[in-house]
Design a binder for this molecule. Sequence first.
Ligand code: BGC
Length: 738
Amino acid sequence: MRNLITSLFLLLLFNSLAAQSRQKPINERVDSVLAQMTLDEKIGQMTLFTTDWGSTGPTIRPGYREDIMQGRCGALFNAHGVTFTRELQRIAVEESRLKIPLLFGYDVIHGFKTIFPIPLAEAASWDTEAVKASAEVAADEASAAGLHWTFAPMVDITRDPRWGRIMEGAGEDPFLASVVAAQRVKGFQGEATFDEPNHILACVKHFAAYGAPFGGRDYNTVDMSERMFREVYLPPYQAAIEAGARTVMTAFNELNGVPATSNKWLLTDLLRHELRFKGMVVTDYTSINELVEHGVAADEKHASELAVMAGSDMDMQSAAYHRFLKGLVEEGKVPIERVDEAARRVLRLKFELGLFEDPYRFCDEQREKEVILSDRNRSIARDVARKSIVLLRNEGVLPLPKETKKLAVLGPLAADKDNLIGFWSAAGEGRHCVSLVEGIRNKLGENVELLTAKGCEITGDDKSGFARAVEMARQADAVVVAIGESREMSGEAASKVDISLPGVQEDLVKALMETGKPLVVVLMNGRPLTIPWLGENAPALLETWWLGTEAGNAIADVLFGDYNPSGKLPVSFPRHVGQIPVFYSHKPTGRPYQPNDKWRSQYLDESNEPLFPFGYGLSYTTFEIGSPKPDKTSFRSGEVVKVQVKVTNTGNREGEEVVQLYIRDKVASVTRPVKELKAFQKVSLKPGESKDLRFTLFEKDFAFLDQNLEWTIEPGEFEIKVGNSSDNVKAVVVERVE
Ligand code: BGC
């Protein structure tokens, strides 16, 4: 009876406090809730568990319903859909003591149900509005399915295509990746006022440098200079934080000897003090437990202490805070202020989302029905998908005539749907995808006869299907052959030492080419592949990545010229795996390559150059990019340099070109890359049309870290290089004077 009276009293007190405080600033409201909480309840807010539904790793905790009721977890992931989230939220706000609403997270990486191109592909669009639109639709659908929080964007730079998670980022370059990171955050979060329940919290991950594991092996050690870290790997995280990302996820890897999840320098000194991040830090999946395997924690209790004191606010799935944090506070190893700080950050997010006012704000069945997989969303997905395609080669084959009467559509991925959604495809389903065969049929209707066969599987050495495929090619006017990777070949825990085309797919192309028919190779894959033979011999080669739900329609748009391809590679394609890392913004070395001189930085058995460089991509029209014209030949501190560039469509089709601006600091006190991207613009031009593009270079664009790791700009000459690929530029020199 006494318990009942106490509970009733607490309930009334809480409700009246919540009601009174509705008008108060969020900080005060957070504090008033915190003041009611027991230590256990605070630790509950610092705990994130997965449901047993669609987990992305080992589910170590059944019984999450009881956890919610007891206030043992303040957030859940891998639960979505209004019915399910409403039921879980009901347990939290009706059956737990303090009725604090739950936060629902999920990996909404490139779409929720309407799946967009994989993030690497979207980066290939170099279309900042398209990237943002994709995140907006993802947020709209996810929020309509009861979700509040996505574990995206992943902004890890990588220069290693062996690493399967390359598909999830924006490629090799800090500038492009930073622009993309900021756009994704804005798309997910909108204005971040959450006035309407159609945006969700973003989570920048994985902090930090997860994309540089030794050997490209996922979860492996990362060790790099602070210069490299700050100049190349850090900028996209910073850009996402500046764009307002509310949460940050730690990384699995160690960085220079200290695992990210227990790295105080990363999570507190850098993130809080230097980057001024105000939001909440969540760990990656069981990464607190993994501190024991890393060898920095004696046991999971010790791991909890290290993680929380370093700055990890919320424990994803380790159940380590749940089990050990109370003891650590009682023993004086973790100050209660640290727990309060972390719990406060979580509560703040819930207030910002409006969940204290209405815990079911994101649970609207009607909206869920209307928004998810809507025609509008599919048409945006189609637009983003076609913009993400990169034309790598075209010997006059593309675009194919729409009058084609007989078309062979071959290859293991020609009629496939399941692989097109790619890895990390949230609630996406292959059955909603438009296959390539369907896309072509949608485009050409019944006027075309389609001959389709796989020819071979993605993997294995069975060539018994070749003869039938070759026969179809012989009968057809033209051949489209879709080959590549299956979706689980790239993504998390999908590192590879051999990144050539799997199985006998390349042999299939060779056999088909012997027919002499016009042939288009359509690549569907999650990472750069080593395909030198195709890169030099395919009559036409389209990189379509994994384009998502509308893949087939988008590819058909490009094949038949309804969309003129405009994508550019966000990452170099190596010729050979032994060249890795191969990237455009390398340093010069003391012995730069020169033909016919052995004693140079080079390989005996392979060129230094990638097969296709960063920034490369063809169009069905041609563009002439003039020499860059700076507004001054010398500039001083505080001055900007304006650069004008004329771009002309010299072909006979309308098209878009990505004009890229790079700089090189010719002489500096530390070595500088041979080129660094500093700006780009994507411009659409009619045949014969010209535009004058204007770029503005600010002081920061000329800056670098000096020998003391201080940002500096040194006097001297800088080359400004402009072109339509990192290997095709025109240069002009400007001088920085004292
Ligand atoms: C991944 C994260 C992901 C998390 C939750 C981990 O394995 O590294 O990126 O957000 O699982 O699914």
